[in-house]
Design a protein. Structure first.
Length: 326
């Protein structure tokens, strides 16, 4: 008897390889998939403005990179002696307004480099619910400011599609080689309410379908559907019953690899995964002859792979361990 639905995911028309340059932006899944790609030695920049949940804020930040827009000082708020910007996550923080603007500008410029030189842009949409700051519009984060400053509403499919279509039209003109992969985050936003979360996810899924029909350079990866239909059990959620477990993330990652990587790239990723496991190996007796031999063999593997992938920091780490044990 089958206990879950295993649905096929078509092979991606524009495969991701180790020669790709990738920008991953958006909700928690963007962070998860992006970090796994970094661990697998892909050239990937992940959430330069921190975790961004709604499509409006993603569009604002990508337009800032596209048009070299400045980050307005009037959208900076202060809390406990630290400064935050309403267009970015609280991860981007500084002790002065000037330092915050400088930091945001650096992130904007790095984002633009990945758009100009990049092959793939992964956008993960988390929620269609947004908070609007009176007089300024949608914010990415409220930064624990008084709730009286904000109003909450659900974005319509039409307005999201209009904004993102304008953005992708500009991309097709300025970055014609850039391929866009849309996903809906499998993370549940239950603070909005169970029914409200489902409504939001439904809006985002229809948005992705509409955009996929409109742009040949755009495709959809069903991370949300995998979580909802293949991993349809609370044992695949962490104790908060909101975020997927490590096992669930790994399962979705496997689906990602099989649909978006060529067979050659999958083989390389698997080889790197095994190397990473060896790098994380711990032993009770680091000075034992067996462990020293293990480290020497690992060093040889790293030096062999270093001609194809940058393992320089790992090589230095293993050499340092061997020197200390000599």
């Amino acid at each position: 008897m089958k206990w879950s639905i295993d649905f096929p995911i078509p092979a991606y028309l524009f495969p991701v390889s180790h020669q790709s340059k990738i920008l991953s932006l958006g909700s928690c899944f963007a962070q998860t998939i992006g970090q796994k790609m970094i661990n697998a030695k892909f050239d990937c920049m992940v959430n330069p403005f921190g975790t961004i949940f709604n499509p409006y804020s993603l569009e604002i930040l990508l337009e800032a990179a596209l048009f070299n827009d400045r980050f307005e000082e009037r959208l900076i708020c202060e809390r406990d002696g630290l400064f935050f910007h309403y267009y970015a996550h609280s991860d981007l923080v500084a002790t002065t307004k000037e330092k915050l603007i400088e930091r945001l500008t650096v992130q904007r410029d790095q984002t633009r480099v990945y758009l100009e030189q990049g092959t793939h842009l992964i956008l993960t949409l988390g929620t269609a619910w947004v908070y609007e700051l009176e007089g300024f519009g949608t914010v990415a984060n409220c930064h624990k400011q008084p709730s009286s400053l904000f109003s909450k509403r659900l974005l319509t499919i039409e307005e999201m599609e209009s904004r993102l279509s304008n953005l992708f039209d500009n991309f097709s003109r300025v970055y014609p080689n850039l391929k866009v992969i849309l996903t809906v985050s499998p993370v549940r936003h239950l603070k909005d309410g169970v029914a409200e979360n489902q409504l939001s996810k439904s809006q985002l899924r229809v948005l992705c379908a509409n955009l996929e029909k409109r742009f040949s350079s755009l495709s959809y990866f069903p991370a949300y559907e995998i979580m909802m239909d293949e991993l349809r059990d609370y044992r695949f959620y962490k104790s908060d019953l909101i975020h997927p477990t490590v096992e669930a993330e790994d399962y979705i990652w496997q689906k990602w690899q099989s649909s978006h990587f060529s067979a050659e790239t999958q083989t390389k990723s698997e080889e790197i995964r095994k190397i990473n496991l060896e790098l994380s190996h711990r032993t009770l007796n680091p000075n034992s002859p067996a462990h020293l031999k293990f480290q020497e063999n690992l060093l040889q593997k790293l030096e062999r792979l270093n001609s194809k992938f940058d393992f320089s920091s790992e090589i230095a780490h293993v050499k340092a361990k061997l020197s200390s044990q000599a």
